[in-house]
Design a protein around this ligand. Sequence first.
Ligand SMILES: C[S@@+](CC[C@H](N)C(=O)[O-])C[C@H]1O[C@@H](n2cnc3c(N)ncnc32)[C@H](O)[C@@H]1O
Length: 216
Amino acid sequence: MEEIFTNIFIDGNKLYTKNLIRGEKVYGEKLVDFKGMELREWNPRRSKLAAVIMKGYKDLPLKKDSKILYLGAATGTTVSHISDIVENGKIFSVESSERSMRQFLNISEMRDNVYPILEDASNPHLYSGLLEAVDLIYQDVAQKHQYKILMKNTTYLKKGGTVIYCVKAKSIDSSKSSEEVFKKEIKQMEKDFNIVETINLSPYEKDHIVIIAKLR
Ligand SMILES: C[S@@+](CC[C@H](N)C(=O)[O-])C[C@H]1O[C@@H](n2cnc3c(N)ncnc32)[C@H](O)[C@@H]1O
């Protein structure tokens, strides 16, 4: 077992985060003891950020005190691992589905660094009073007009801040090939961002890329 980033560990092909809430599982994952810590297995088939790390991404912009705006929290699988990593930070987590939010609330109640926000991320002004300027925006909403959603939310991103932008080709345009969709997304991003890396999530997710970029 080796710590590869802050609070992130790897053992062979298994990835873990240091559990912030000892004894608590979030989605049925395995808990493992290691040197007095409890680690939670992080499944790259359930979390695109885990897949990004398993694909060898080396420059993860997450520190113990990072502030993050997370768009598309769903039931909190990935948020919970980010919460393990940024133990003294804040994760402002936006989700528009009431059903997912209900389940997500159980997780966020236990984790002091998670701030759940039930809103449509297309209307970021609706949550302006609920958050602070952030170091990172993580977006995983799987929507046709998701780039517009991202751009609207950059108003909360600190200068030089990073975005991790998940692209599911079929959600953006199912009539085009994945490669065409990826090319278009990258091209439009290049207008506003310096792209740091583009990672194809295969074999963990089919027809998905994640773009890591810095706001210009
Ligand atoms: C692919 S799932 C996210 C999975 C999650 N990021 C994870 O790794 O655990 C996409 C989520 O985005 C949410 N979503 C879609 N459009 C949204 C919007 N405009 N505002 C907020 N959430 C949205 C959906 O309800 C869904 O829960």
